[in-house]
Structures are given as C-alpha cells and as structure tokens.
Ligand binder design. Sequence first.
Ligand code: 13P
Ligand code: SF4
Length: 314
Amino acid sequence: MAQTLRKQVFTMADQSELVEEINELKSQRHAIILAHNYQLPEIQDIADALGDSLGLSRQAAATDAETIVFCGVHFMAESAKLLCPDKTVLMPDTGAGCPMADMITADQLREFKAQHPGAPVVAYVNTTAAVKAESDICCTSSNSVQVVRSLPEETILFVPDINLGDWTQEQVPEKNIIRYPGHCAPHLNIRPEFIRRLKEEHPEAVVMAHPECVKQVRDLADVITSTGGMVKFAAETDAKEMIVGTEQGLVYRLQQENPDKTFYPIQQALCPNMKKTTLPKVLGALKNMTGEITIAPEVADKARRSVERMIELG
Ligand code: 13P
Ligand code: SF4
C-alpha cells in the first residue's frame, strides 16, 4: 500500500515536470496545443483549445501560432494542415489513425462516383486528404444536415460513415443520400441494451448519442449531436444526469465543466487511437519537431477546397 502511494506521488511529480517542460517549449516554439474531446485527461488539461472536429478546424484556421501540436487522430491533423499550409502541424503520435477514415480510399471513391455519375460527394472530415481531394465538400457531425441542404442536387453521395449518412438522410428527407458502408467501431460498441440498462438505473438521466451510433441507439436518445454539441447541451440543460452515448473520453471534459452534474459513460465505447497521444510524446514532438504533417501539393489544393467550402457555410 505504502509502495503504491509512493509510486502515485512520484508519477504525479513526474507529470508536473513534463507539463512544465511542455509549456516552456510551447512558448519557445510559438506553439499551440489543440486537442480533441476524446483525448486522455492529462492531454485535455494541457490543451490551449479542446473541441470537436469542426471546432478544432476553426481554431486551426484562426490561430496565429507558428506551430500547431495536434492531439487527436491523423485526419484531424491533416485538416489543420490543409487550413494552415504555412504553419508547422505536429502529431505527437503519427500512428494515431481513424480506422473509419481508412475504410475508403481515393480509388474506391472514384469507383463509387463512377457508379453514380453527376452526384456530388459529401465527405465526412473523417477521411484522408486524398479522399477529400476527390470530394465536393466536407462535413462534420455538427453540420452534415446544413452541408447536404446547401447542395442544389437531389442525389448526393455520402462517405464514409453509414450511420451519420442515415441520420442525415432522416433529417433531410427531400434528398436522396446514397451512403457508403463505412462505420466507427467504438460507436458500434454502444449497444441499445447498454443504454436501456443505464436508463433503468438512472431514470432521470437524459440520453445523448453521437450520430455515428446505430439507429437502435439513436432512437433511445433525447439528443443526437456531435461531441461539441454535447458539451454545449450539458452546460445549458437543467438536467442533472446524462448518459453519454459516445467515446468515453468526453466524460472527463463534461465532468470538469459541470461539477454539479453526473455523467454516465459507456465503458465499451473506447477509441484506442485517441489514447495514443501521451505527455512524453507531446514533449518529444515539441523538443525534436517530429511528427510533422505533410500533404502532396496537388492533393492539398483540391482537398483544401472541400474543407474551405464547409467552413464558408458558417
Ligand atoms: P466530433 O466531431 O463529434 O468530435 O466527432 C469526431 C469523431 O471522431 C467521432 O468519433
Ligand atoms: Fe475514428 Fe471512431 Fe475513433 Fe472517431 S471514435 S476517431 S470515428 S474510430
């Protein structure tokens, strides 16, 4: 027991030393740390800005820092680089990918387009730059409805998340959205029975679900929204208890910002890639300027147009 306690004290001292070094290097490098809402608590704590995919793209576009340390997954850091081509974007662990983004390649998208000639492509930002370059406009889980409505065409291709595509189709019945069959495994792990069980245990709790969840889960939700939407909802609602139907990392932020409310995570909803970024890796990236994101110019120019079109919608 005494040994365990000593170990914890040592670990915390270690951690604060790391944080100190990170902060020093951050100001030397004129850097900013952007972190997604699913990051580990210690990464959320050192972030200059925390957010969902859309919020972080906006932060990247607005910053005057010279270097962006992006704590999230690869497609998010790529989006930051697309919007800030003159800045250095570093990823503390470049192996942090999004398996859903890898479910469609540029070749597969070209094939999909050939099967539906004339239909514009809406690409969820959870895609590679090469796929964005083959698309007409991007969307995130906070603006997919607005993006689809902004297009004059009736038939629209939507890649790669079938659940976000299905949910968007439900909101915009006047369009014919042809969905690609990609999915997010951590969100598929959220089973309707888990929500029902939590609801039985906490009957007063409001259910929030991410649109990447399957329909049977979305049907049990009071609110369906992005992680940024959940942060906003949790702050504004009078409800005191919430079941959080998304990757469990968000619960740390929700609890920090709403200490008087209680949040129930779905333990099975875990994205291992979002947990690859650690304090030593952030320090390493800043110290050695490693993990730089680069995108071939011919891909970047086209991909940037798709992201900018989305941002211009407001
Ligand atoms: P948000 O944009 O809602 O944060 O979602 C990103 C993501 O990867 C969901 O799994
Ligand atoms: Fe990708 Fe899902 Fe992880 Fe989000 S939670 S990064 S969509 S695998």
